[in-house]
Write a protein that binds this ligand. Structure first.
Ligand code: SF4
Length: 328
């Protein structure tokens, strides 16, 4: 099997790294702990970076004359400008050396979609939700990368998509760094079935770019390829597309399988369709057959091991977090 890259991930510092929340607390996350050996984390706490110490009075997003501001109710201070300046300079300092973000949910600074917005500084009920100020800067600059918060990552399918995209983009970043057509062609070849699951349309376009019949210069080729790669990973593949790819892979050796083996696999696919089994459970069956029938080409397919096996979490699959609301 191929060597997996080590993605670069910016993470909210209060998630397992340091007790930097307003009340000196730290957020536990089994997922982030498990990820630590497999990625290069860049922890950041925007509120600490703009000089708010620990402990501190909480801040919140307040609507003032139709504009959102980042304010501290206890002092009436407005931190909007400081936070925007820090957030812009931080995201710009990353250049292209980043593959994903794990941000703290709900935070008025770090949240990327569910920070509460209040109508006034004084005690009041929230009137809506949106991105926090740092989260917004991340989205503006890196919307095409793997971005999630620790709460949404409790959903196994969101986690699957996040990890798949994260490791694929890290592997592309490495290929881009080496900058040879050979590396681009290898990337395209190894990701053929993964891209089939994500977007057949983009797979076709990416294949043509990598074939480079017009003999374009390498840097131009990588740039065009990258845009379409981001399009392909724009949203998670449907269950149906993943099943379709697994059928295609089974086609390589279906003549050599017994009826019982095939029936067992079809039943496993049904369970995956019903949300009772993760994709990885079916992939394990395919991998066993690939090894048995010595299909070297398939062994290198990222679809079969999009991220390290240690990160596969079978137990969480049927948990309450499969609830539809987590998919919004
Ligand atoms: S949510 Fe963001 S700003 Fe708040 S403590 Fe965590 S890292 Fe710092």
């Amino acid at each position: 099997m191929r060597k997996l890259p080590k993605p670069i991930v910016v993470v909210s510092k209060c998630i397992t790294f340091a007790p930097v929340r307003w009340d000196r607390s730290i957020i536990a996350s089994d997922f982030v702990e498990k990820l630590k050996p497999h990625v290069n984390f860049v922890p950041v706490c925007p509120e600490m970076e703009i000089g708010l110490g620990v402990p501190r009075s909480p801040i919140r997003i307040v609507l003032v004359s139709g504009e959102t501001k980042l304010m501290q109710p206890s002092t009436g201070l407005d931190f909007t400008e400081k936070m925007n300046t820090f957030a812009d300079s931080f995201v710009n300092s990353l250049k292209e050396e980043v593959d994903g973000f794990i941000l703290k949910s709900v935070s008025p600074s770090s949240g990327f979609k569910d920070a509460k917005i209040y109508p006034k500084l004084e005690k009041s009920a929230s009137i809506g939700k949106g991105a926090g100020f740092f989260g917004k800067a991340v989205l503006q600059k890196f919307s095409y990368l793997a971005i999630e918060d620790e709460r949404r990552l409790l959903n196994p399918r969101i986690k699957e998509h996040f990890l798949t995209k994260l490791f694929a983009l890290a592997s592309f970043r490495e290929a881009k760094k080496s900058g040879t057509i050979g590396d681009l062609v290898r990337f395209q070849s190894e990701n053929k079935y993964l891209l089939t699951a994500y977007s057949q349309k983009e797979l076709g376009i990416l294949g043509k770019i990598a074939a480079n019949q017009e003999q374009k210069p390498c840097n131009e080729l990588f740039r065009t390829y990258e845009t379409h790669l981001y399009n392909a990973f724009g949203s998670a593949p449907s269950v149906g597309s993943n099943i379709n790819v697994m059928h295609k892979i089974m086609g390589y050796f279906s003549n050599q399988l017994s009826k019982e083996e095939k029936d067992f696999f079809i039943k496993s696919l049904e369970k995956y369709k019903e949300g009772e089994l993760p994709l990885s459970a079916n992939i394990s069956i395919l991998k066993a057959w690939i090894i048995r029938f010595k299909q070297q080409y398939l062994m290198d397919q990222t679809f079969l091991e999009p991220y390290p096996e240690e990160l596969v979490d079978l137990d969480s699959y049927s948990s309450e977090f499969m609830a539809k609301e987590y998919w919004k």
